[in-house]
Design a protein around this ligand. Structure first.
Ligand code: FE2
Length: 421
């Protein structure tokens, strides 16, 4: 009898713990999602893959984010027809009321174990600095309504996030995704995230992408604003078709390098450090920098560092750094090291006040390593071991880069003044 009572008591306690965890999950997960979206321990489980219900959504920017964007999502079965319905005013998911439609292309992700379908809708002819409300629809199954804001045009002031390496620590990745969501909620001037690569541990496994995409949903704000991603390839997704199937082939196929112009005076060149840094990629970089030599702010984003905090330099040092210096790039964002870094300004292999500054090293969801802070280029710079994301504040008379930790603390702030161009 006593044993039976103990058994009952244990059951009641277990039920209480599960209820508490579900309640906690409901309180901490993004509003707009129900308790069914929580795991029993309260963690976020993401939109369920069920039939053609749109899940694992992401919004991708490439060359011209003032006028174009890709909305992509996953369905568990093959849809006959997928599209994005969108408008410049909210329609609360009433499908008949949206003014515009973009038909999506669909296909099966290249993974023999996972039978899932990607859907890519390319929105074009958009107005700059405009809020678009949209729903994703696959065979009549619709997502809730989201919105995003297109990039500004003209000589605009705005904010942008940069971060890389979200591949191997899901708890840290969720923490940083929530941090980015909080930043976006506190600061609606943030327009997008430039990702420096190494999203997942094995970019040729859909299982890893399913987890990344599920966690990515946590970047959506309470009122449904999506954070556009400007993606770069890392070495953990160096090869295979899945990267292009996730991000709708940013840049050319088999290259994935491209340039993004935000307004008239901000250039971001996204490079691919997994293929030859010389040859046609170096030619592309030189052409873009030459065409934009009068653009006030010039930045680059690629995965493997030229001036690393942890490992040895990649081929960016030989092929890209001379071009950065020739055209007076302001900042090169680098990932891969799993640390936080900002170098001194560098020109010709030594400190120079008019040199290029290298910032980043990857802190969006990986265990942080100990940086080699005795390297010469950290004199006057920063090398630390903390999860982080960079926030850029782009103004006409200054460019501020703040490195913000998982706790929301500004660990480092670096201000650049416009060069004479
Ligand atoms: Fe890496």
């Amino acid at each position: 009898m006593k044993r039976l009572n103990n058994h009952r008591a244990a059951l009641v306690i277990a039920a209480l713990i599960v209820s508490l965890a579900v309640l906690l999950g409901a309180l901490t997960a993004p509003p707009g999602l129900g308790a069914a979206d929580r795991n029993p321990d309260g963690s976020y489980t993401g939109t369920k893959l069920d039939g053609t219900t749109p899940a694992q959504w992401r919004l991708i920017w490439e060359e011209d984010p003032a006028h174009a964007a890709s909305v992509s999502w996953t369905t568990a079965v093959k849809p006959e027809k997928s599209s994005v319905l969108y408008d410049t005013q909210p329609r609360n998911g009433e499908l008949a009321k949206y003014a515009h439609t973009a038909t999506a292309s669909s296909g099966r992700y290249s993974d023999k174990d996972f039978k899932l379908w990607y859907n890519h809708a390319e929105l074009s002819g958009l107005k700059p600095a405009t809020t678009y409300w949209f729903v994703m629809v696959s065979d009549g199954a619709a997502s809730r309504e989201f919105h995003f804001i297109t990039a500004p045009e003209g000589d605009a002031e705005f904010k942008l996030l940069y971060g890389g390496d979200s591949r191997s620590d899901r708890d840290a990745r969720r923490t940083m995704n929530r941090r980015m969501r909080t930043l976006l909620e506190e600061d609606p001037e943030i327009i997008a995230l430039a990702h420096g690569g190494d999203y997942v541990a094995d970019g040729e496994k859909m299982e890893d992408w399913v987890e990344w995409l599920t966690d990515h949903e946590l970047t959506v704000t309470a009122d449904g604003r999506m954070l556009p991603v400007i993606p770069a390839r890392g070495n953990h997704e160096a090869e295979g078709p899945l990267y292009d199937e996730i991000f709708n082939t940013p840049g050319k196929k088999d290259g994935n390098f491209y340039r993004t112009l935000i307004g008239e005076q901000f250039l971001l060149v996204t490079l691919n450090s997994n293929i030859s840094a010389g040859g046609n990629q170096a030619d592309f970089l030189e052409t873009v920098l030459h065409e934009n030599e009068k653009t006030r702010w010039q930045l680059a984003n690629y995965h493997r560092p030229a001036y690393p905090a942890v490992k040895s330099p990649g081929s960016a040092l030989e092929h890209w750094v001379p071009l950065f210096e020739k055209y007076n790039l302001d900042i090169a964002f680098e990932s891969d090291g799993h640390a936080l870094k900002r170098t001194c300004a560098i020109r010709g292999g030594k400190q120079a006040d008019d040199g290029v500054v290298y910032i980043g090293e990857g802190g969006l969801g990986v265990k942080q390593r100990t940086p080699k802070d005795d390297r010469w280029y950290f004199k006057g710079g920063v090398a630390a071991s903390t999860l982080h994301v960079q926030k850029l504040t782009v103004k006409k008379d200054s460019l501020l880069v703040e490195s913000i930790t998982d706790k929301g603390k500004v660990y480092d702030a670096h201000t650049v003044k416009p060069r004479k161009r």
